[in-house]
Design a protein around this ligand. Structure first.
Ligand SMILES: C[S@@+](CC[C@H](N)C(=O)[O-])C[C@H]1O[C@@H](n2cnc3c(N)ncnc32)[C@H](O)[C@@H]1O
Length: 394
């Protein structure tokens, strides 16, 4: 495959666009003929975060000292190299051209930052199959690939809009970073993820939380998500967490309990989800106004049925688009999202109060991706009102 052809309605996530080719392994074609890849995303240690020049907040004092020493060494080397000198056995040797002039060379990057590489993606076909889920569970890669700090995600790379969940989006990384930055907040929690896509955020959450209901729509997508959960059980099981992949459609009023439908809910799971969910996650799910309305209706319905407080974390990327309708660059999906947020807040004082706040996005970055300023994290806290204060819903 020399060139990837994009159709007019095809979207490609920046996560996949900017990964160096070495990380893409095409494994098979899925049931609808889309090439499926497996990407490995490493959870970076504080040292690696420093070397890749990405967020190093949340370090211990010892790490802080180590990084400060490393930084001093690196800055010294860098200033020497920039001045056209090279370090030989600890002493500084000036670099001169043939006329004896000081030769100032452009300093090469010490380490390429993977997500800024714009290399063309050249997938390698490993095997082609239409195998079912059980077969694919067996055929996971070599045992030695199972490192506790590497998450392996099966995904497609360019999809029509209705299949965007089969790609990994930056919002998933932003939420995963937040979870890894604040582990105490999620320890032993029961969590519900809405629009989970490939399941990356749920899997990371399950390395800390007790139970994660990882939900989305579409059998094909949910199967892919389930395979990802299986691919990463080495990260989740030792931590005592569990991920259950289930169907949850924001455009439907009720949860599906039809045993003939794949990924439907069991009665006891519904009870557990309603009784115990204290955290709801939603990563990059506000890109279509009708779907955003459905998402907020779902959030409202869930929270007003909880008898306890719940915290909702929503990550999103503000995407600017030129529209013919407005003849301008706008961000309609984002604007609609903010309207929904304020409506949710105003809907309070019925059964439940909602408090909305935007969180700063400067927490530690554990994954390699570009944390662009358009990435935002929102927190909504829902608190049930005492019966005497609650008003019936109109
Ligand atoms: C841009 S993707 C984000 C996927 C994943 N959270 C991530 O960040 O990588 C949006 C997700 O919303 C899901 N979605 C769209 N409509 C939905 C609906 N009616 N009910 C539930 N999920 C829906 C899609 O299937 C998709 O997985």
């Amino acid at each position: 495959m020399d060139q990837i052809t994009f159709h007019y309605d095809t979207v490609l996530s920046d996560v996949h666009m900017f990964l160096p080719k070495a990380r893409h392994l095409m494994t098979h074609l899925n049931h609808v003929g889309q090439p499926v890849f497996i990407s490995k995303f490493k959870i970076l240690s504080a040292c690696e975060r420093y070397h890749n020049n990405i967020g190093t907040k949340g370090k211990s004092e010892e790490e802080e000292q180590k990084h400060s020493d490393l930084k001093q060494d690196r800055d010294k080397d860098a200033s020497i190299e920039e001045a056209g000198e090279e370090v030989v056995n600890g002493s500084v040797k000036p670099s001169l051209d043939k006329d004896g002039d000081l030769d100032i060379t452009h300093r090469p990057r010490k380490k390429a930052v993977a997500n800024r590489s714009h290399d063309l993606v050249c997938p390698i076909i490993l095997q082609q199959s239409h195998s079912g889920i059980e077969e694919e569970e067996e055929s996971t890669a070599d045992e030695d690939e199972f490192f506790s700090d590497v998450i392996r995600i099966e995904h497609t790379m360019a999809t029509p809009l209705e299949d965007v969940g089969k790609q990994v989006w930056r919002g998933a990384f932003l939420l995963a970073d937040f979870i890894l930055s604040e582990p105490t907040m999620f320890r032993e929690a029961t969590v519900l993820e809405l629009g989970a896509g490939t399941g990356l955020t749920s899997i990371i959450m399950a390395t800390i939380a007790k139970m994660v209901y990882c939900t989305d729509v579409g059998e094909d997508l949910l199967r892919m998500c389930k395979r990802n959960v299986t691919l990463n059980r080495h990260m989740v099981e030792p931590a005592g967490g569990e991920v259950r992949v289930r169907v949850l459609d924001w455009l439907q009023h009720d949860l599906c309990t039809d045993a003939d439908v794949a990924f439907s809910w069991k009665k006891d799971e519904i009870a557990d989800m309603y009784n115990n969910t204290s955290v709801i996650l939603a990563a990059d799910v506000c890109y279509d106004n009708d779907l955003t309305d459905g998402l907020f209706r779902t959030l409202h319905r869930l929270c007003t049925n909880f008898t306890h407080s719940c915290v909702i974390f929503i990550s999103l990327e503000k995407r600017m688009n030129f529209t013919l309708k407005r003849m301008d660059v706008t961000c309609e999906a984002y604007n609609h999202f903010t309207v929904c947020l304020s409506q949710l807040q105003d809907l309070g004082n019925r059964q439940c109060r909602f408090r909305v706040e935007q969180l700063p996005s400067d927490f530690a970055q554990f994954f390699l991706y570009e944390r662009v300023e358009q990435l935002e994290l929102w927190k909504v806290t829902s608190t049930p009102l005492p019966r005497e204060e609650a008003q019936p819903d109109s």
